[in-house]
Design a binder for this molecule. Structure first.
Ligand code: HEM
Length: 401
């Protein structure tokens, strides 16, 4: 049987193929792969040091036209959007400076009370039951609401916005391309309408900040603001939900680590860094060579794509002792789950960390006897070559305190 290509989402339908990446790290750390749509194919960078080197040299390695590896045939076309993640150089710096204003430590910390209240109400909604789907009944709600709170989406519009987000970015193989495109258009039009409304009546929210934001006399266009709205819905929700889901499973499967954490919740920030490393919800982003260059001793011609395998780098024996072990006290922990440094480092990292802290604290202290219902290795995963996580994960418990 021929092996599935590394960019084929079917490869990630079951438990993650860690062994295949270990073999690449050991035998072919910058490996070449064919791709139907790219003349030069693409290269997979699998070692931690090389992933860092590429990420930190944006003059040589550019993000435009986009850092994703397409899934032929019939993959959804990349929407024509001015996304932050697709920009390079000065253009990227200018836009990032504006959007950074929405993610200052003060603004992120100010969300914590709301976040706790939201987490409590999600867990309260499960009282009286003894089982649920960890993805749909629990993990996905907090990240969705947090982004909506930040951006300033009114409660009455959230069912619509969350529905469009799921359809657009949810990797549901059953959904037709038309439905997906329609949801994307609906969300874009909604973002456009909401920002026009904020233009007339500014509020203390991210949308109003983006509308007012100015760097070197440059303001974001209406189109850029609506595109950013879409990027946030995607980047903020698909990622964090998988950290919560797969991270919870990792703790349940390592009862000694969970017990240590429950006994000393001050370990949570260190534990969350380890869960980020161990779970790595975003498997990769890619770059294109702006000139002939090399990485890890391998020559790369101008225009070729390299895939930065964060998931492989995070299990690299050269960077971590016993990388396949979950050690919630691991320090230092130079994981690359939010990127490996450089200008595109995850904008929402501190927000994701607060969400994870509040959610894991609640799960650890409120649930008794939490465990998966059935074999997690048999549960459906999101069909994606970018995001690793479960599409469903049934759980059961003895009591909620
Ligand atoms: C566990 C949760 C998350 C993970 C694992 C994650 C991971 C990543 C990674 C790997 C990158 C690319 C880094 C690079 O290319 O160097 C990235 C970029 C980004 N993330 Fe996150 N992310 C998470 C949560 C969030 C949240 C909550 C938000 C927003 C609220 C967010 C917004 C963004 C944005 C806007 C970018 C693009 C930044 C740029 O291009 O300058 N992310 N994230």
């Amino acid at each position: 049987m021929t092996e599935l290509a590394l960019h084929d989402p079917l490869l990630y339908d079951g438990p993650f193929p860690y062994d295949r990446f270990k073999q690449l790290r050991d035998e072919d750390p910058v490996s070449h792969h064919e791709h139907e749509l790219y003349d030069g194919g693409y290269w997979v960078v699998s070692r931690h040091a090389d992933v860092q080197q590429v990420s930190r040299n944006p003059e040589v390695w550019r993000n435009s036209p986009g850092p994703f590896v397409e899934i032929p045939p019939g993959s959804p076309p990349e929407p024509e959007m001015d996304l932050l993640i697709n920009l390079d150089g000065h253009e990227h710096i200018q836009m990032r400076k504006i959007v950074n204003k929405g993610f200052t430590p003060r603004r992120v910390a100010a969300l914590e009370d709301k976040l706790r209240a939201r987490t409590d109400s999600i867990i309260d909604s499960l009282r009286g039951r003894d089982s649920a789907d960890l993805v749909h009944d629990l993990a996905l709600w907090l990240p969705l609401h947090v982004i909506a709170d930040m951006v300033g989406v009114p409660e009455s519009d959230r069912a619509d916005v969350f529905g469009w987000t799921e359809k657009t970015f949810g990797f549901d193989p059953e959904l037709s391309m038309e439905d997906r495109n329609q949801a994307m258009t609906d969300m874009f039009l909604y973002a456009d309408g909401l920002s026009r409304e904020r233009q007339a009546n500014p509020q203390d929210d991210l949308l109003s900040l983006l509308l007012e934001g100015e760097v070197d006399g440059h303001r974001l266009t209406q189109f850029q603001i609506s595109s950013f709205f879409m990027l946030l819905q995607n980047a903020g929700s698909e990622t964090t939900r998988n950290l919560i889901t797969t991270g919870t499973l990792a703790l349940v499967q390592h009862p000694d680590q969970a017990a240590k954490l429950r006994a000393d919740l001050s370990l949570l920030p260190t534990a969350i860094e380890e869960l980020l490393r161990y779970v790595t919800p975003v498997m990769y982003f890619s770059r294109q060579a702006a000139a002939d260059t090399e990485v890890g001793g391998q020559k790369i011609p101008e225009g070729d794509r390299v895939v930065l395998s964060y998931v492989s780098a995070n299990r690299d024996e050269r960077a971590f002792d016993q990388p396949d072990e979950l050690d919630i006290t691991r320090t230092p922990n130079d994981h690359v789950a939010f990127g490996a440094g450089g200008p595109h480092f995850c904008l929402g990292a501190s927000l994701a960390r607060i969400e994870a802290r509040v959610m894991f604290e609640s799960l650890l202290t409120k649930f008794e006897g939490l465990e998966p219902l059935g074999d997690p290795d048999q549960m459906p995963r999101v069909r994606s070559n970018l995001i690793d996580g479960f599409a469903e994960l049934p759980i059961t418990w003895d009591a909620i305190n």
